[in-house]
Write a protein of this length. Structure first.
Lengths: 119, 110
């Protein structure tokens, strides 16, 4: 069955960096676009970034543009999010989510990894 | 991109029907058929319930239905059950090639 497992979250100081990973299994990873979506504690969902199935198109939310970098390794069935210049407002659970090409919805989500930015 | 507008909370008794609204703009809800709805239980990941305004993924109960009129999309849950108590989020693809979510609606089954 489809599985998405995030890792790499933790406590980091403001201005610091963190790299999240999402390991995919149970489907042909290279056939799907992927996104990172976050949820601050007690708050709603916020879309963060998108990467096309072959990595040729990448988009970011304005709130993270210039600080976060999404990437993928289809040979390793893995998605990444490099987060630099972290701020307190980046504190959230980060989910990776899958979408089918030609569609605009997320049909499978990981369980999330918590990123806490605090001094 | 501003968040889509949802009511903070709705409630209903078992067996009743409820509707959650989701209001957007010409840059998202109005301009695209790509409205989706997600259910999230406390401490769990979101689950896709409706996609492309009114389509149900396999395995989702037919008690869940979606629609859209103008700048407002709606999720209707009929025959409310205790297990439906959760947070619900709408989402839309946007003209800036982003996605936007609603603020979320807490459904309480009385």
């Amino acid at each position: 069955q489809v599985q998405l497992v995030e890792s790499g979250g933790g406590l980091v100081k403001p201005g610091g960096s963190l790299r999240l990973s999402c390991a995919a299994s149970g489907f042909t990873f290279s056939d799907y676009y992927m996104s990172w979506i976050r949820q601050a504690p007690g708050k709603g969902l916020e879309w963060v970034s998108y990467i096309k199935s072959n990595g040729s198109n990448i988009y970011y939310a304005d709130s993270v543009k210039g600080r976060f970098t999404i990437s993928r390794d289809n040979a390793k069935n893995s998605l990444y999010l490099q987060m630099d210049s972290l701020r307190a407002e980046d504190t959230a659970v980060y989910y990776c989510a899958r979408g089918q090409s030609g569609t605009a919805f997320f049909d499978h989500w990981g369980q999330g990894t918590l990123v806490t930015v605090s001094s | 991109q501003s968040a889509l507008t949802q009511p903070a909370s709705v409630s209903g008794s078992p067996g009743q029907s409820i509707t959650i609204s989701c209001t957007g703009t010409s840059s998202d809800v109005v301009g695209y058929k790509y409205v989706s709805w997600y259910q999230q239980h406390p401490g769990k990941a979101p689950k896709l319930m409706i996609y492309d305004v009114s389509n149900r993924p396999s395995g989702v109960s037919n008690r869940f239905s979606g629609s859209k009129s103008g700048n407002t999309a709606s999720l209707t849950i009929s025959g409310l059950q205790a297990e439906d108590e959760a947070d619900y989020y709408c989402s839309s693809y946007t003209s800036t090639r982003n996605w936007v979510f609603g603020g979320g609606t807490k459904l309480t089954v009385l």
